[in-house]
Write a protein that binds this ligand. Structure first.
Ligand SMILES: Nc1nc2c(ncn2[C@@H]2O[C@H](COP(=O)(O)OP(=O)(O)OP(=O)(O)O)[C@@H](O)[C@H]2O)c(=O)[nH]1
Ligand SMILES: [Mg+2]
Length: 281
């Protein structure tokens, strides 16, 4: 065989050896492409904002087990579970699954916020209840509105035809009454000033002095501890913060027991809304 023919054969033999590597490389490239296109296709997997999902829980083990695995992965830069010293193992389970958990030391929903707020790393925060009341499928709509430049976006149960399946006559009327009272007394246009399901700039909490005990002092009259959302709505209105609503149905609580103390909290919230007419400017 002439020398250059032998050389060519040698060369071809080496090339054949590389064929499996070529297919392997090709498979990897296309696998990566598939992965990316499926991320984009699902849309909700991708976010460009730095958002913490803030999840207060008091004996919500079943809700946590059901809802946390369903959260769109990658949507939040931090998921913070704030436990009110649950006796059903909520905190232990969340920790065992690798979630970041803070156990509050003082009793009461507002202390969950006040104690855990310094641990928030996101520029924005979305507050979420894992009891079935907050539709995960609306999360992206809320984030889209933040991206448009709003400081706070409320997933309203009463906006543009949205409805609550969780309301009783009393809570439905109460939510309407408080929302109207806030609108009349503080010049806002809320359709739902009470819901936990909303997202906002994390810094608002301190800007609006929601971290101060004095902001909630009326609760002492009713021997209870209240939440932060009505006051957040009131003070955001007073400071003319840029707010918008998206319609979001409220499904029924799926599991666990309601923690809301309807009459005590109702009375305390109304006193707080009225006090704000002359207090805090
Ligand atoms: N960390 C903490 N979480 C609480 C406390 N009280 C209630 N929660 C949780 O806060 C979330 C929102 O609760 P709410 O919506 O105010 O009350 P609810 O019991 O769901 O009653 P509804 O108004 O009917 O939805 C739920 O996950 C509760 O478990 C508390 O004192 N500490
Ligand atoms: Mg609830």
């Amino acid at each position: 065989m002439p020398q250059h023919a032998a050389c060519l054969l040698n060369y071809l033999t080496h090339l054949v050896k590389f064929i499996p590597y070529f297919f392997e490389l090709r498979a990897r490239v296309f696998w990566i492409k598939d992965l990316r296109s499926s991320d984009i296709f699902q849309g909700s997997e991708i976010t460009y904002l730095n958002i913490t999902l803030f999840v207060p829980v008091l004996n919500e083990l079943q809700g946590l087990k059901y809802f946390l695995p369903k959260l769109p992965s990658g949507m939040f830069s931090q998921i913070l579970i704030v436990d009110g010293d649950s006796s059903d193992g909520s905190a232990e389970w969340a920790r065992s699954q690798g979630y970041e958990v803070v156990v509050q030391s003082k009793k009461g929903l507002r202390h969950a916020y006040m104690e855990a707020w310094p641990k928030i790393r996101g520029e924005y925060v979305m507050t979420y209840s894992p009891d079935g009341n907050c539709k995960i499928s609306d999360m992206q709509l809320i984030i889209d509105k933040l991206q448009e430049g709003y400081d706070m976006v409320i997933a309203s149960r009463y906006y543009q035809g949205a409805k609550s399946e969780d309301d009783s006559m009393i809570t439905g009327f109460g939510n309407w009454l408080f929302t109207q009272a806030i609108n009349v007394l503080h010049g806002s246009k809320y359709s739902d000033a009470m819901t936990i399901y909303r997202a906002y700039r994390t810094s608002l909490f301190n800007e609006l002095d929601l971290d101060k005990d004095d902001s909630y002092s009326v609760e002492r009259l009713y021997f209870t501890k209240i939440g932060i959302e009505p006051l957040l709505s009131v003070r955001a209105a007073k400071k003319k913060i840029k707010v918008c609503d998206i319609p979001s149905d409220e499904p029924k609580r799926l599991t666990g027991k309601r923690k809301l103390q309807i009459f005590r909290w109702g009375a305390a919230y109304m006193s707080q809304v009225i006090r704000e007419v002359y207090h805090w400017r």
